[in-house]
Ligand binder design. Structure first.
Ligand SMILES: NC(=O)c1ccc[n+]([C@@H]2O[C@H](COP(=O)([O-])OP(=O)(O)OC[C@H]3O[C@@H](n4cnc5c(N)ncnc54)[C@H](OP(=O)(O)O)[C@@H]3O)[C@@H](O)[C@H]2O)c1
Length: 286
């Protein structure tokens, strides 16, 4: 079974570096059996972290995850979910969290994220998150889709510096965060969880799948596009990534690719073809 080191969070805990994404799961009944099998396959393959959200399938993704983990040892799992910005107020966040826990069939989340910054004052969300920790409903909290100015605003409110993770888009074709957001996060102990690490199978940036440098690196290492994308997302040992698949065979495929080590020359070729920007660019969001 694949062994990936965990990464350390600022509260002294550790978080798995590889998780399963669940966006689009639970949306259509006819796919649910296969989606369930895919999540179960991930667990069988040793993936312990699952990323979900109340938004995904309107709770349907959390329900599928709940079914997939019902016989698992909860202590071995790392469950991450996200609250809608409009539910991240003092009056609503506890209800959202309770409903998420019910759908997942668990007593607590390992990590609860604000899905993106909305109109609720950050101070209120921070207090809501801290109250959930005090009640044992979540172990820690973080944010998602926060750019540099959002992080600075968060850290300017009382308790905002307790934010453990920022989940943002990061893949070989989207390296904007490397210029200023990621260095800031590292300096402030906020871990990166890379979403859309496969660029949604290449559909977010179609030129990636036919890029000659990617094709040659894949051919030399006998890996496919998706495997290469995941290797890139996990290249920095302080980064976590949450690829999504609703196909059990693709779970195996992704894991298999993680046994490959790219040479420094191949990394240099990829860096040359897909360099990080030399100035601040807006955060990529979906
Ligand atoms: N916080 C946010 O705002 C936010 C935004 C986006 C995503 N996320 C999180 O990040 C997760 C991952 O991002 P994502 O869902 O955008 O996309 P992704 O993981 O970059 O790509 C998913 C796509 O890759 C395909 N795929 C996966 N493994 C494959 C393989 N081995 N061979 C061929 N195709 C493969 C999947 O198709 P198959 O199902 O056919 O395998 C799917 O179409 C989400 O599910 C979600 O949990 C968070």
């Amino acid at each position: 079974m694949l062994q990936l080191e965990n990464l350390s969070l600022k509260d002294g805990s550790s978080m798995p570096r590889l998780g399963l994404g669940t966006w689009f799961l639970g949306e259509q009944f006819r796919y649910q059996s296969r989606e369930l099998q895919a999540v179960k396959r991930g667990l069988e393959q040793g993936i312990r972290m699952i990323d979900t959200a109340e938004m995904y399938g309107d709770g349907g993704a959390e329900t599928i995850v709940g079914k997939a983990i019902q016989d698992a040892d909860r202590a071995q799992l790392y469950l991450v979910s996200k609250v809608y910005p409009h539910n991240a107020s003092e009056g609503k966040i506890a209800k959202s969290c309770t409903e998420t826990l019910e759908r997942l069939g668990t007593k607590y989340l390992d990590l609860y994220l604000l899905h993106w910054r909305g109109g609720v004052p950050l101070q209120e969300t921070v207090e809501g998150m801290e109250a959930l920790i005090a009640r044992g409903k979540i172990k820690r909290w973080g944010v998602s889709n926060f750019d540099l100015a959002d992080m600075e605003a968060l850290f300017s409110v009382k308790g905002g510096d307790k934010c453990a993770v920022n989940q943002v888009m990061y893949h070989l074709g989207s390296r904007g965060i490397e210029h200023s957001l990621l260095p800031w996060m590292k300096a402030h102990g906020v871990a990166l969880m890379a979403y859309s690490p496969l660029a949604q199978g290449g559909t977010l940036k179609k030129e990636l799948v036919s890029n000659p440098v990617i094709l040659s690196v894949c051919a030399r290492n006998r890996i496919n596009f998706h495997q290469l994308m995941l290797l890139f997302a996990l290249r920095d040992p302080q980064t976590a990534a949450i690829p999504r698949t609703s196909n059990p065979a693709h779970v195996d495929d992704l894991i298999k690719g993680l046994y490959v080590t790219l040479s420094n020359e191949d990394w240099a070729r990829l860096d040359e073809a897909f360099p990080p920007p030399d100035k601040k660019v807006p955060l990529d969001v979906i």
